[in-house]
Design a protein around this ligand. Structure first.
Ligand code: ADP
Ligand code: MG
Length: 964
């Protein structure tokens, strides 16, 4: 319960060092410092509460400027620190610095840490509830940095007419880490929303609000303190920083809030009655900080570079103007029941006093109206009454948060006051309307944002579904293609099957043919063998005959010899005869012998001759061949000669003709000559006188003729020679020609012969190869078939054997079991039936074997096709795999993105919801102070599933208290 105290805004000035580009440019360091509160620029001094040189560290600056404000806020006062200056003059460096670097951190993190440290050192009975908000103002729109969906919040006034940002997020925090996390989150959101952060931050104001409420559990006294930490936009004109891309309206808007800040400060500095707070949202929010209930510190950030000279000076002027602003600071305290009671008593007393004053005045008025004159001592003592009321007022105001302006009105100013009240009411109404409109705008813009987000989501969804659609389409087409390919394959397979069937038919036909052939051949063989046998028998017969003949010959010989012997005997027995005829016989014998020897020699000769003849024959044959050859040659030459003769005769004829011509010529010439001679003679006789000359002429003519003849004869001779030569050459050439043509003819004939022979041979070869091939194939087929058939037969045989065994055992058993005849017949029937079955099975089996063989033949083809298909399948599989991998990757990426978003959301929610926070406890029958200030906010926070917690002073660690 403190008196409202007047205090000026504190203005400190901080110069940053020259930065590297300024040094590189060779800029001069222009400020000259005098003491710790004055700086000279261009010879002009500027005075501030403190001036900090470029080498001031963050901690020094904090200790000197901001530390005190922590105590103020915790003592129940409002506070504001804002940094003003051109872009890159060090505002953010001063306010934030490097948030997590103990040396380089700026004011905000240090304040946060100090607040908690201070709370831990305070009275145990104190319970603190801290909440923070973080928002930025860009183009006169308030964006919540803790909830990106809130993009255009409005400013409202609470019932004490203190402006606040309606609907902005408030985070309950109970540790410095939580505060820093909140700041990080807000900064993150700010970064995410914009493309060029430097440009954005130089054109927007960022405001960090710490709201601290404390309650003394013993005295039930409640204090509240708000601390605004403001990093303003760059104070330079937008044009200078190169806002070429910015449209004019935007540029105006960017400058608007800062120029309205300047206007507000000017109005406050000049003490004018109207302060244009409502010109911009920023000035409205900072209404309390500028000329209101707040301890305000302004940090003027300056560049020392000569390049920024003019900006720096205007910044310094701004600071000097701000220095004159006076704020009225009051303690924000909430009254306890006891305090309210005493206040009520006092109000009652005041009321009583006023009532007595009123009755006094009424009495006096009636007396005056009646025309009575009221003596001075009975008249209403204005001064006294005023003093009384003031005394009561001051007693009352001790517990009040804001002075009541209505009580300041005195009866003397009644009329004016009424007017003012009217105007004020009007104004309030209008402000209310304005606020409502603001609200509406806010709602609308949030709706727009939501819709935008939805639209984006929908678009994304659309894109993804489109993508899906495309994928499905490609998949479908691929499948269709595959289906088509499979169909083709099936077709091919069917075709192949048909081919196989046809092949099979062909083969079987061939086999049949072969079998027939084989049969024919075997028949032939049989015939041959039979003929051979007959020939053998013939041979045998012949042998027998020859033997017989031989026998006969020997017999004949022996008979002959016998005859001879008999003859000899006869000769011997007939001695006389012998003696008589011995000479004859001897003679005959000798003659016979001679004959025989003669014959022998002759035979020998004959043999020799025949041999000779044979050899002669062969020789003659050879000779004949040779002669034939020669003959052919001779014929050739004969024909040549014939041709030659023919040509020669022709030539001869020609020559004869020529000769005749020439002789005719000679004759004619002779005649001419004779005629000329006769003429000459006639002339000689006619011209006696001219004998001399005539003779001369004649001689000359004769000479001439002679020479003519000679040359003629010579020419003739040479011509004849030439002719002869030519003839010779011609004949030679003709001979040669003839010879060549004949030879050619002969060669042509030979060539023809060879050709036909060759063709014949090649045809035969072809036939043979074809035969060979066919035979090979047939052989192989037969072999394969045989093999399979034998195998299958073997198995069948085995099966049969087994079956028979089984059958026999069964039969035996049956026979053992019943010996009846009827049974045996039944058994027989059964056996027959079974045998039938067996036969059928065998047939089936054979069929199967055949099928199997067929199929085996098909196998290689099918395998080949399978291989081809597999090869085709391989790239398809690879493609599929790739596509699947891609899809998986996409999905993964999408999942990650979703996770990330969810995590961020969860984090946001968590920060808002799950973390333990310091909140104002809600107890029945007690109205929360902050809710009195921001009723809607608290509602919002509670509905956000906040778990309010409280920290108490005096403990080293924040003790969290949960309230339902
Ligand atoms: P603003 O926020 O005014 O645009 P910044 O705070 O971003 O400017 O400062 C611009 C640059 O100058 C930053 O790199 C910052 O680190 C540096 N800087 C500013 N003030 C100081 C200082 N007092 N000491 C050292 N460096 C500083
Ligand atoms: Mg900045």
């Amino acid at each position: 319960m403190a008196d409202p105290a007047q205090c000026c805004i504190k203005v400190t000035c901080r110069f940053r060092p020259l930065n590297s580009s300024e040094v590189a440019r060779g800029d001069k360091y222009i400020p000259k410092f005098q003491g710790d509160d004055c700086v000279h620029m261009a010879g002009k001094p500027y005075h501030f509460d403190r001036v900090f040189q470029s080498n001031t560290t963050q901690v020094e600056f904090y200790n000197a400027v901001a530390q005190k404000i922590v105590r103020d806020v915790l003592d129940g006062y409002n506070g504001t620190i804002f940094a003003y200056g051109q872009t890159s003059s060090g505002k953010t460096h001063t306010m934030e610095g490097k948030l997590h670097d103990p040396d380089m951190m700026g004011i905000i993190p240090r304040i946060v840490h100090d607040i908690f440290n201070y709370i831990y050192s305070m009275d145990e009975n104190l319970e603190f509830h801290i909440k923070v908000s973080y928002y930025e103002i860009y183009l006169d729109k308030i964006k919540d940095l803790l909830d990106v969906s809130k993009v255009n919040l409005s400013v409202h006034e609470d019932k004490n007419r203190v402006p606040y940002v309606k609907g902005c997020s408030e985070r309950f925090v109970c540790s410095p880490e939580e505060v820093m996390d909140t700041i990080d989150e807000g900064k993150n959101n700010r970064h995410v929303a914009v493309t060029n952060m430097n440009e954005h931050s130089s054109r927007s104001h960022s405001i960090f609000l710490i709201n601290i409420k404390q309650e003394n559990s013993q005295t039930e006294q409640k204090l509240t303190g708000k601390l605004y930490l403001v990093d303003l936009a760059g104070s330079e004109k937008v044009g200078k920083t190169g806002a070429e891309g910015t449209v004019l309206d935007e540029a105006k808007m960017i400058n608007k809030s800062l120029s309205s800040l300047g206007n507000v400060i000017s109005a406050l500095a000049e003490g004018s009655t109207y302060v244009p707070y409502r010109d911009s949202k920023m000035t409205r929010i900072l209404q309390d900080s500028l000329g209101g209930n707040c301890r305000t510190t302004m940090v003027i950030c300056c560049s020392p570079s000569s390049y920024n000279d003019s900006e720096t000076r205007s910044t310094l002027l701004f600071g000097q103007r701000a220095k004159t602003i006076k704020n009225t600071v009051t303690l924000n305290v909430e009254l306890t029941a006891e305090q309210w009671k005493t206040k009520w008593e006092k109000e009652k007393e005041k009321n009583k006093t006023l009532k007595t004053s009123v009755t006094w005045l009424e009495n006096e008025l009636t007396r005056w109206r009646k025309g009575e004159s009221v003596p001075t001592n009975e008249q209403f003592d204005k001064e006294k009454a005023k003093a009384e009321v003031q005394a009561l007022d001051s007693a009352l105001n001790n517990g009040k948060m804001a002075p009541s302006p209505a009580l300041g009105a005195l009866p003397g100013a009644k009329l004016k006051d009424a007017e003012r009240a009217k105007y004020e009411a009007e104004l309030a109404k209008l402000y209310k309307q304005l606020d409502d409109k603001d609200d509406e705008i806010n709602q609308q813009s949030q709706l727009v944002e939501e819709l935008k987000q939805q639209m984006l989501d929908q678009e994304e969804l659309l894109a993804s579904s489109r993508c899906d659609h495309d994928n499905l389409q490609t998949e479908l087409s691929r499948l269709l293609g595959e289906n088509e390919a499979s169909k083709d394959e099936v077709k091919e397979v069917l075709q192949a099957l048909e081919e196989l069937a046809m092949n099979y038919d062909q083969k079987s036909q061939e086999v049949e043919d072969k079998a027939k052939e084989f049969e024919a051949l075997s028949e032939e063989l049989n015939q041959k063998s039979s003929s051979l046998a007959s020939i053998d028998s013939e041979l045998q017969k012949l042998k027998e005959m020859t033997n017989h003949q031989k026998k006969r010959v020997t017999e004949m010989m022996s008979s002959l010899l016998k005859d001879l012997a008999e003859i000899g005997i006869a000769v011997g027995s007939n001695d006389i005869k012998q003696q008589e005829s011995s000479g004859l016989i001897d003679e005959e014998f000798t003659v016979a012998r001679l004959y025989i020897s003669k014959m022998k020699s002759e035979v020998k000769c004959m043999v020799k001759r025949s041999k000779q003849l044979e050899s002669a024959h062969t020789e003659s044959n050879q000779k004949m061949e040779e002669n034939e050859k020669e003959l052919a040659g001779c014929q050739l030459t004969i024909s040549q000669h014939g041709a030659k003769i023919k040509s020669l005769t022709e030539y001869l004829q020609n020559v004869e003709q020529k000769k005749r011509q020439l002789e005719e010529n000679i004759d004619s010439l002779n005649e001419e000559m004779v005629r000329i001679r006769a003429q000459g003679k006639v002339n000689a006789m006619e011209k006696d006188n001219e004998v001399q000359s005539a003779n001369e002429v004649k001689e000359a003519v004769e000479k001439q003729i002679q020479s003519h003849r000679e040359t003629h004869q010579r020419q003739l001779g040479s011509l004849r020679d030439e002719l002869d030569n030519k003839e010779k050459v011609i004949t030679e050439v003709q001979d040669l020609n003839q010879k060549i043509s004949l030879e050619q003819e002969r060669l042509r004939v030979e060539h023809e012969k060879l050709k036909t022979a060759d063709q014949e041979k090649s045809r035969k070869l072809q036939e043979l190869t074809v035969m060979q091939d066919r035979r090979e194939q047939a052989k192989q087929d037969l072999k394969g078939l045989e093999e399979t058939v034998t195998r299958e037969l073997q198995t069948l045989h085995n099966l049969r054997r087994l079956f028979v065994q089984d059958l026999s055992t069964r039969v035996k058993k049956k026979a053992e079991m019943d010996s009846d005849n009827t049974q045996s017949t039944a058994q027989k029937q059964k056996i027959r039936f079974l045998e039938n079955n067996l036969e059928q099975l065998t047939q089936v089996h054979k069929q199967l074997v055949r099928d199997n063989a067929d199929l085996r033949c098909e196998i290689p083809k099918l395998e080949k096709r399978l291989r081809a298909t597999a090869e085709r399948v391989k790239p398809l599989e690879a493609a599929l795999k790739e596509a699947r991998e891609n899809a998986a990757r996409d999905h993964k990426r999408y999942q990650e993105e979703v996770d990330r978003i969810m995590a961020v959301k969860a984090k946001n929610m968590g920060r808002r919801g799950s973390s333990a926070q310091i909140a104002k406890p809600i107890r029945p029958g007690q109205q929360p102070a902050t809710s009195a200030m921001h009723p809607s906010n608290n509602k919002a926070n509670l509905s956000q599933n906040n778990q309010p917690a409280a920290i108490r002073g005096g403990s080293n660690k924040p003790e969290k208290t949960l309230y339902s």
